[in-house]
Design a protein around this ligand. Sequence first.
Ligand code: CS2
Length: 467
Amino acid sequence: MRLSYRTLSHVPDQVLHPEYDAQAQKVGIVHFGIGAFHRAHQAWYTDRAMAAGDRDWAICGVSLRSPDVAEQLNPQDGLYTLSTQGGSGEELRVVGAVREVLFAPGDPQAVVGRVASPDTRIVTLTVTEKGYARSGGGGLDQTLAERSFYPLLTKGLLQRRAANLPGLTVISCDNLADNGRVLAALMTEYVAAHHPELSSWLVRECRFPATMIDRIVPATSAADKERVEAALGLRDEGVVVAEPFSQWVIENDFAGPVPDWAGQGAQIVPDVAPYEAAKLRMLNGAHSALAYLGLERGHDYVHEAVSDPALSPLIEQLMRREAATSLEPAPGQDLGAYADSLLARFANSALPHKLAQIAMDGSQKIPQRWLATLAWHSRRGEECPAVLTALAAWMRHLRHGGPLVNDPRGDEFRTLWREVGDDGFASALFKQGGAIASDWSPQDAQLNELTRRYCAGQLAANTTEPS
Ligand code: CS2
């Protein structure tokens, strides 16, 4: 039997489940990119806010690429189980915040209608770094934008304006530096190119607060689904697994009401930047380093790589001496304690987190995770040996090619390597005007050092010379 409102009464008492009339709530949020992260993070905050009495914030999830989540959740009335795995065992909670999942290519009008609905006050996004359709130079790639959320959101906003409805709070929940401002700029660019008549309304009526979002959410495995099925006595195709820890910091800049996320532990602050930069450079920076260096050393999971004595000092160095020192902490933000807590979270073996999942889309992640740190130190004439070692491992990963390189620019970079060879690769990627735009303008000495580390890589599995 499948999980749904009809079968919910079979769920044993120790499994938490909606104790409010979830089906009676109006849809107040449209979310683009309803993957596991959203279900384990924002939807969970929203579910608890509704359970505590703040009503009418049900979520319409939108998938842009695949009908999978719609097929998992719609037959279950949007219900799914969140399994949190930590030191004190597993906790299960059936989440009731998601009302429906729309597969955008199958029914774009339904998505536009939800954005335009008077009940909708918020649009949120977890579309991954590449979903923002940025060009190499950081502006909007109009061709890629057509295949992402931009046309749907814009059409919905046009209808709102025509109906004299209020604007929306649009919240990027992706790991981009300054995600609110970036989204506002890209959306403004899209609207200016396609519907300039909407431009001033967009600026006046909508808000794009920045956020820092944090929870480790590995991809759900078949074993996770089986374990949850045994506990529930019901089949749940939508299970998500996460660590117990969760953090959400949101800039206090809203176009209208928002759920009482703060009552459920979210922090609403005037400036997100110090939290966001610390998270990107320390957590995500260390994650990406563990991914490329760990894969080379034959590891599959984060908890294995972080306990490898050949890697752990380098990760410590990257977090504490390179990333943390490049940051300006907010009052009360203790970066040393933050590094301690990150290392403990990475070591959680109850939550196997695949390095390959993190290694994905490096071209979209590396600038805010590593190059910002490098740029900061480089301006002061300081070295970052740990970040350079990680960067060298990423370059070997790109050179290696093959199925493990899951990156929208993977083929482009491998072709580049074939053209310029090992000696020219660092320069072709990172020199100002090179393939990767960033604030880091490396000196020749730094590029030489990077090339030395890249060539010295012990596990460069593919030794084929450029042809
Ligand atoms: C990870 C993140 O996949 C990745 O690149 O670094 O998804 C990470 O697990 C989250 O940002 C943690 O909040």
